[in-house]
Design a protein around this ligand. Structure first.
Ligand SMILES: [Zn+2]
Length: 122
């Protein structure tokens, strides 16, 4: 459980920028190990020191699971975070990603995350 809180604090909030270039997105998904729908899809490319996947495009560094979320689920609203609910920081399976709060409501957001986790267990 404590690990989820750590993830919430380390995951950067959205700058409002999205990766939209098709060739970049193809390059991105080629570095994700796609698996069965409910299992983790680990990032196989470069990593940030914190353990998150790192994707580089035109000299800009992107957090891998955020690209997976914006490409499969919805654009990430400004200042929002994307949480990895399976606890695997390299995971890019959109089913393991949830939109988080913004930096100013971290406590509230962590609480929501705990509720999510208990739902899964129950
Ligand atoms: Zn996962």
């Amino acid at each position: 459980m404590a690990d989820f809180r750590t993830i919430e604090i380390l995951v950067p909030a959205s700058s409002g920028k999205l990766l939209t270039d098709t060739e970049d997105l193809i390059r991105f998904w080629m570095r994700v190990e796609l698996g069965p729908t409910d299992e983790c899809w680990p990032w196989t490319g470069a990593m940030f020191r914190e353990g998150y996947g790192q994707f580089i495009s035109n000299g800009r560094s992107w957090v891998a699971h955020r690209i997976a979320y914006q490409d499969c689920v919805e654009p990430i609203p400004l200042r929002r975070t994307v949480r990895i609910v399976c606890g695997n920081r390299a995971c890019c399976n959109p089913r393991h990603l949830r939109l988080g709060g913004n930096g100013r409501s971290r406590n509230q957001d962590t609480k929501t995350l705990f509720l999510d986790a208990s739902k899964k267990l129950g």
